[in-house]
Design a protein around this ligand. Structure first.
Ligand code: CP
Length: 304
């Protein structure tokens, strides 16, 4: 039995197979419409979510399976003090596979260690968000045709942003990737990431102004400044609108640059950018369903 805790749990060859499967699902949805008949997915979300939870549920329903779960831990027995270890033992009696989001880093890993069904980390604190990374990689591979040879700018909250940490870890396995980290001083990417890049001799730059690097980018990955990760309101208010991508800022960018965002967005991408053909963040959401369908099939070892 296999779990997914970290994007690195899959080799790059396994990821290629997963993405090929996701692309086949995109082209031939009817072929997969009954693949999970009789199977159940539990979504256990101890933190708010729109995309991750609903895309998992949409994925399982599109595969002919069924879904159950909770979207608000205060309505589960966690509110009475039940541990994640006990909860997953219970869920293992009700479902065939579980997607879990938790504010505590490592909680899905604890669940996996006690589970008799595959557990998928659907985001744990500021640590990892592997299925968002699978979504990001599939989007890039599908729209750019490759996962190597590009300069990617990551912009916004690089300190607490688990999607950013997961994506960097996944991209370092591909050739000729250059990172430009765009953030205010307070939200810089953690040292353990820059140390890892230095060790692997992977080029990176840190800049504060988006305008200083726009023409160099093949991909721009925008992120939200996350209110829920700040210890005080004052710091959040000071930093929340530090970056706002608008039409004027898109002017100097390459004509085939892609703008990605894990969403939700607040103010960091102006809605006037949504009609720009380089804005790929809503397509990214659709790829998130295909890749989660492919992941469910892979972890349940169902071949179609
Ligand atoms: N991208 C993402 O994780 O969105 P949700 O928080 O809505 O699941």
């Amino acid at each position: 039995m296999r779990h997914l805790m970290n994007p690195l749990d899959f080799t790059t060859e396994e990821l290629d197979r997963l993405f090929d499967l996701a692309n086949d699902i995109e082209k031939n949805p009817a072929k997969y419409a009954h693949a999970c008949e009789g199977k159940k997915l539990a979504t256990c979300f101890y933190e708010p979510s729109t995309r991750t939870r609903l895309s998992f549920e949409s994925a399982m329903l599109s595969l002919g399976g069924q879904v159950l779960g909770f979207a608000d831990a205060s309505n589960s027995s966690a509110a009475k003090g039940e541990s994640v270890s006990d909860t997953i033992r219970i869920i293992s009696c009700y479902a065939d596979i579980c997607a879990m989001r938790h504010p505590k880093e490592g909680a899905p890993m604890v669940a996996a260690s006690k589970s008799s069904i595959p557990v998928i980390n659907a985001g744990d604190g500021g640590h990892q968000h592997p299925t968002q990374t699978l979504t990001d990689l599939l989007t890039i591979r599908s729209l750019k045709g490759r996962l190597n040879n590009f300069t990617i700018g990551l912009c916004g909250d690089l300190k607490f942003g688990r999607t950013v940490h997961s994506l960097i870890n996944a991209l370092v396995r591909y050739d000729n990737i250059r990172f430009i980290f765009i953030s205010p001083e307070e939200l810089k990417v953690p040292d353990y990431i820059t140390e890892m890049l230095k060790e692997k001799s992977i080029p990176y730059e840190e800049v504060i102004r988006l305008e200083d690097c726009m023409p160099q980018l093949d991909l721009l990955y925008m992120t939200r400044v996350q209110k829920e990760r700040f210890f005080n309101e004052e710091d959040y208010v000071r930093l929340k609108d530090f970056y706002i991508l608008n039409k004027a800022k898109m002017e100097p960018a390459k004509k085939d640059m892609l703008v990605l965002h894990p969403l939700p967005r607040v103010n960091e991408i102006s809605v006037e950018v949504d009609d720009d053909p380089r804005a790929a963040y809503f397509k990214q959401v659709q790829y998130g369903v295909y890749v989660r369908m492919a992941l469910i099939l892979t972890l349940l070892e169902i071949q179609v």
